[in-house]
Write a protein that binds this ligand. Structure first.
Ligand code: SF4
Ligand code: SF4
Length: 318
């Protein structure tokens, strides 16, 4: 548990680059809960990985619960059954909440995902149309992700695509109401940093064409990678775990825009994909994971990536 001084220090780090005075942060945490922005977390067709990643981060969990009023979360809320359903009925009836949406919406296999006795399609229409803002967390919610991978048996759609094709949202409405935070999973700092940015500035952050904040999804992983010097010298690894830049064994850092991995790493700064010597799998890229039946990987110009399907199971196990 962070004390007040540590709390403010952590928040200041997360807000680096935004000119928000510390007094504004303090005033916000001192607001009564009823006056803080209300957040309701909705899980759709997903693995709960984004929730799990976020809930493992104690300090950031404390920050989010002191800055906003989390009224509903399927894994955090004490309420269950009818009591939990009545919270959501209230969210939809009153409207204006920040809905954090995790997972995709299956529009073909309707019963693949339900919320409170309704299909994800039925519930999503009601919940999203009532929202003040929708934060799509993770690659499934932002781009379809693994649930929309080659074959896509359930007809999984990302939340923006669902809103456009099934709720008749215009591009303007999407721009006004939707923020995407891709990643498989979302990084806790991307989520908490974006919420802090929103509630403390009262403005939507500057975003790219996929509605993702430029602050977190502007630079390429490659731009901040510690192995970049080896890339420039053309010193490449020939197998995962070897020394050298991982480009020739399929690293997607050159095409994946994500600031957080090389700069803050994962699991409280313990490690990240490149330092683990496997390379970036492009989990925040719009094409993750294998959207075409015949291609497991994203093509990149004329460069050939290693086709992992040709590895033997022994090599993969290594
Ligand atoms: S390991 Fe990947 S991200 Fe790092 S320099 Fe090589 S290609 Fe770029
Ligand atoms: S380095 Fe690449 S694969 Fe690893 S978490 Fe970051 S975006 Fe995802």
């Amino acid at each position: 548990m962070l004390n007040r001084r540590e709390f403010l220090k952590t928040v200041s780090t997360l807000l680096a680059g935004l000119t928000i005075p510390v007094e504004k942060v303090e005033a916000f945490i001192d607001l009564p809960t009823s006056e803080k922005p209300k957040v309701a977390w909705l899980q759709n067709q997903d693995c709960t990985g984004c929730s799990t990643s976020f809930l493992n981060s104690n300090e950031l969990l404390q920050i989010i619960t002191e800055i906003v009023n989390v009224v509903a979360h399927p894994n955090l809320s004490f309420a269950s059954g009818h009591a939990y359903a009545s919270i959501w009925h209230d969210v939809i009836e009153k409207g204006g909440h920040i809905i954090v949406a995790e997972g995709s919406i299956p529009v073909k296999e309707l019963h693949a995902c339900h919320s409170l006795g309704m299909t994800a399609v039925e519930f999503g229409k009601e919940a999203f149309n009532s929202a003040g803002l929708i934060l799509c967390v993770g690659t499934c919610a932002s781009f379809g992700g693994i649930s929309a991978a080659a074959g896509n048996a359930t007809g999984a759609l990302s939340i923006p695509r669902f809103l456009k094709e099934h709720c008749a949202w215009t591009d303007t409405r999407l721009e006004e109401k939707v923020i995407t935070l891709p990643g498989c999973p979302v990084h806790p700092i991307e989520l908490v940093g974006t919420i802090l940015d929103l509630v403390l500035t009262g403005k939507l952050p500057e975003r790219n064409n996929y509605l993702s904040p430029l602050r977190f999804y502007g630079p390429l992983i490659h731009d901040h990678c510690p192995l970049r010097g080896l890339y420039e010298k053309r010193i490449f690894a020939s197998f995962p775990g070897d020394q050298g830049c991982l480009f020739e064994i399929g690293c997607k850092g050159t095409i994946t825009n994500r600031f957080i991995c090389p700069t803050r790493k994962w699991n409280d700064g313990a490690n990240w994909c490149v330092e683990a010597r496997f390379g970036c799998k492009g989990c925040a890229h719009p094409n993750f994971f294998a959207k075409k039946d015949d291609s497991m990987f994203i093509s990149h110009g004329s460069l050939d990536y290693l086709d992992w399907r040709k590895l033997t199971s022994k090599e993969v196990a290594l």
